[in-house]
Design a protein around this ligand. Structure first.
Ligand code: NAP
Length: 301
């Protein structure tokens, strides 16, 4: 395909790495809640790091050759969330990227934006997390969860984290105070009276979590389309539940990226696939449990 030209407020990025997300799988599967937001024929991929190749006439603060990362085309200029990051060159609104701090690798910069911002916005903006709280985070071996446990610990909270047997050591290494192996334990037996619950798993985990929220506590879920399935239970139990819908945020992303460089937070790149193996990388993501942290694909090397 030809290298795109930027609109006045856009840049064109030579994509170096792209992070894979469950959202990509939902788009490929044509799930209802995303179908109308993707323009066909679609090049997916919103989590991107790369080098500025071209600059639109209205863009300030960026130069050709700058290393950038962000959640791009979320939404794009056409209103869709077709990311274009699986392509070698992607045009995107310039205000959705930040300059990468020195010392951040392209792979980490592509793995960080969606999960780092989702975790931060869920806990801080939506969850209003506070020192001393009891916090339960589900799915901590995954992308959002592994960032969330580290951010929750930065707030000096006591963190319970759910994961499967093979991930217990990994989750412990992220700083969780108590790791609950959901394959052998019911989380309700250990984690009760929670001030804040972050659900990234959905289904029965989301429903059962309503029972462990303390009076006046809050559950935040990333599993937005599933919330309607527990509306009755939420009403019956009188629990406060909110959703997080991740947004590009330059200030927050810059803060997270600097923390990665400073070693204060870790984005765990489970595997960085070569571009030719994008299908295998997506198949790996689809197995879900086989990933600790993030999968990325190196589009250019
Ligand atoms: N609303 C938003 O803004 C937003 C933003 C980002 C992501 N999301 C959504 O949030 C969800 C999680 O995203 P992600 O990137 O973190 O996905 P992910 O990397 O696939 O992580 C999900 C994790 O949950 C674990 N898991 C599965 N069943 C579990 C259970 N019963 N208890 C505890 N853990 C369990 C999985 O590992 P095992 O199967 O090995 O246990 C996996 O590590 C996805 O649905 C994604 O689309 C929403």
């Amino acid at each position: 395909m030809p290298i795109p030209d930027p609109a006045p407020h856009e840049i064109v990025i030579k994509v170096m790495s792209v992070g894979l997300n469950p959202l990509d799988l939902y788009a490929i599967a044509g799930r209802d809640f995303i179908r109308d937001r993707i323009k066909l024929p679609a090049i997916l991929g919103n989590d991107v790091s790369g080098i500025v190749e071209k600059i639109g006439s209205d863009v300030v603060g960026l130069q050709i050759g700058d290393k950038v990362c962000g959640i791009i085309n979320f939404p794009g200029s056409d209103g869709s969330i077709t990311g274009h990051g699986y392509g070698e060159y992607a045009s995107a609104p310039a205000n959705q990227v930040i300059k990468m701090p020195a010392g951040l690798s392209f792979d980490m910069a592509a793995g960080l934006p969606v999960v780092g911002l989702a975790a931060k916005q869920a806990l801080e903006d939506v969850g209003d997390i506070k020192e001393g709280q009891r916090v339960l985070i589900h799915g901590v071996a995954g992308g959002v969860g592994h960032m969330a446990v580290q951010i929750a610990k930065q707030h000096h909270t006591y963190v319970f984290a759910t994961a499967s047997s093979k991930d217990v050591a990994f989750v412990k290494s992220l700083g969780a105070d108590e790791v609950i192996n959901y394959q052998t334990q019911q989380f309700e037996d250990t984690a009760h009276d929670m001030d804040l619950v972050l659900d990234t798993v959905g289904g029965e985990v989301m429903r059962r979590s309503l029972d462990v929220v303390a009076p006046g506590g809050l559950m935040v879920t990333t599993r937005v389309p599933e919330l309607v399935t527990i509306e009755d239970a939420i009403k019956a139990k009188g629990v406060q539940v909110k959703i997080v819908a991740v947004q590009p945020n330059a200030k927050q992303l810059a803060e997270l990226a600097q923390q990665v460089v400073d070693g204060k937070i870790r984005v765990n790149i489970d595997n960085a696939y070569p571009f030719e193996q994008l299908p295998q990388a997506l198949a790996h993501l689809e197995t879900g449990g086989a990933v600790q942290g993030k999968l990325v694909v190196k589009v250019h090397v």
